[in-house]
Structure formats: C-alpha cells, structure tokens
Design a protein around this ligand. Structure first.
Ligand SMILES: [Fe+2]
Length: 316
C-alpha cells in the first residue's frame, strides 16, 4: 500500500512537472522579444566598437577567473581564447570565502560576455595580458607617485584583490556608456545594454565592499582603503586626460550626489549619470602610458581589433 501511495504521489508530481514545463518551456508568443521592424540589426561601426570591448572583457575574464580559481579562460572556454597567448603572471588570489564566490561569479560572467560578443560581432585572439603582481605594483606606485614598500601585491589578500579589481570593470562601464551614442543596430544595442548592466553591477559590488572598509588601513602601508580608491581614480583621470570621470568612494561634497554628500559609493557626474569614455581614453588608461598609441600596462603588445590597431599604427 505504502508503495502504491508513493508511486501515485510520484506520478502526480511528474504530471504537475510536465504541465509546468509545458507552460514555462513552450514558446509563448506573448513573450517574444520585441524588435523594431526596420533597420539593420548590426551596423559596421557597431562591430568595431563591440569588438573593441572584447579587449576589456578578456582582461576581466582572466583576472577574475585566475584570482578565484587559479586558472583562466584557457580552461573554462578555450574556444574563446582563439589561440591568443597565455596571460603573464596570472595567479590565484588568497581570498576569503565570500570574496572568492563573488570574484568566481564575476569571472564566469565574463565568459558569458565574451561568448555573447564573439558570437554576435566576431572577434580576434585574446591579446597578451599582463596580470602580474609587478604590473599592479607599478600601477599603485604611479597612483601614489612613489614606490610602495613592499610592492603592492594584488593576490595577497581579499582587500588587496578588491583594490586591484577597482582598477578593472569601471573602465569597461565607462567604455560602454561612451559607445552607446554610436551604436545603432537593435541587436547591438541589446548586447551593449546587457553588458553595461552587469558591468555596472560588478563595479557597484566592488565599490560597496571598499566603501564599507573605507577607514581600514591597507597593510603594511598605513594608507586607508578610501585613499587607495581616490589615488587610483585620480591616476585614471590623469591618464585619460579628459577631466574628472572617475571618483573614489568618499569625495569632497562638491563631487557627491547633488553636491550634498561625501558618500560616493557610485561614481557619477553632476546629474548622477555614469561617465562616458572614448576608446582613446580607455587605451591611455589600460596601457598606463597616457597615450593610445603606446602600449603597456595590462596590454604590453597593445589591444586588438580595428580601433586599437589604428591607434597603434600611429606609434612613432
Ligand atoms: Fe564583462
């Protein structure tokens, strides 16, 4: 009897599951994506701009995947590497459990971003990336205008890793915001807005962690987390050469929302809108040279794709 009750319960559960699946899984015309009737889905300029973004997505993917898991895109999605060289100096970071989960999630999100980009607009092999300790140390030295002693190690602990992460998705978000006005195709717009949403979310999560720890001293430098964010933002503003488009987690009130708060958990302009950056500005920053024609920093041989290569050609 017990067996027959169990069996009939199982049958009922199965029938309910099938019914649910029929409702949820079958195509529902009411939920079809709504696209405009006219115009190409993707324009040529869209392709160039979205391919340019692949450089930053590659940087994020390998930085986050390696930091969280100790291996990168070559293992998670070798098809997206396209035969590009392995990153220099990438390694697993010494992260607490929560940070490891978050960074692992970010890394896996980047795999999706690259897949979506490359399957929509094509792409190129992963550019050579420098994710070494010494490269991050150089960035921090530039941010402070002096050599930190010992050299900054992004992989040493969670707070260092998050400070180094502060360097990364924000620039991607600026780039998507900057590209938005030139992107015309409805499929391209769809992709860009989806990428921008998650990129902004990643930046917000990183900033919030740093904001909460703003007063904490970064060992052994006796410098607060807030000061690190201010210096990194200042460095990016200097390299970008286009005024203030980057702000630390606490700012003078005149830079805060409605000029009324020093709290600056999100970086935004006077109307609290995200700052845009052009590909030129982004290259100046990620190359660390302040010059879109002189590679360096995260891209020792330069970024890839038509836009970046055009600037590289102008190198003397
Ligand atoms: Fe991304």
């Amino acid at each position: 009897m017990a067996i027959s009750i169990t069996s009939s319960s199982s049958v009922i559960v199965l029938v309910v599951m099938i019914m649910c699946c029929e409702v949820l899984c079958s195509p529902n015309p009411q939920c079809d994506p709504d696209y405009p009737d006219e115009g190409p889905p993707i324009y040529e300029r869209d392709v160039e701009l979205l391919q340019f973004a692949e450089n930053l997505e590659h940087l994020e993917a390998d930085y986050f995947l390696w930091g969280a898991f100790g291996y990168g895109l070559d293992k998670f999605a070798p098809d997206l590497v396209g035969g590009g060289p392995p990153p220099i100096g990438a390694q697993r970071a010494n992260l607490d459990n929560q940070t490891q989960s978050i960074i692992g999630e970010f890394g896996l999100q980047e795999v999706g971003h690259l897949r979506a980009l490359k399957s929509t607009v094509g792409g190129f092999p992963r550019p050579l990336l420098d994710l070494s300790k010494s490269n991050f140390a150089k960035i921090m030295d530039s941010a402070f205008g002096r050599k930190l002693d010992p050299p900054f190690d992004p992989y040493a602990n969670s707070i260092n890793y998050l400070l180094a992460s502060y360097v990364v998705p924000y620039v991607g978000l600026n780039g998507y915001k900057g590209s938005n006005r030139f992107i015309r195709g409805y499929v391209s717009k769809d992709l860009l807005s989806g990428l921008l949403g998650v990129e902004a979310g990643q930046d917000a999560v990183i900033r919030h962690h740093l904001y909460e720890r703003g007063e904490q001293l970064v060992h052994p430098y006796n410098i607060t987390v807030t000061e690190f964010t201010n210096r990194i933002s200042e460095l990016r503003n200097n390299l970008g050469m286009c005024g203030i488009k980057d702000e630390g987690v606490f700012v003078p009130p005149e830079l805060g929302a409605e000029m009324r708060t020093s709290s600056n958990v999100l970086s935004a302009d006077r109307n609290s809108l995200s700052y845009p950056r052009t590909p030129k500005e982004i290259l100046r920053i990620v190359y660390g040279t302040g010059n879109e024609s002189v590679p360096g920093g995260f891209f020792p041989r330069g970024a890839n794709g038509k836009i970046a290569l055009q600037y590289l050609k102008h190198q003397d």
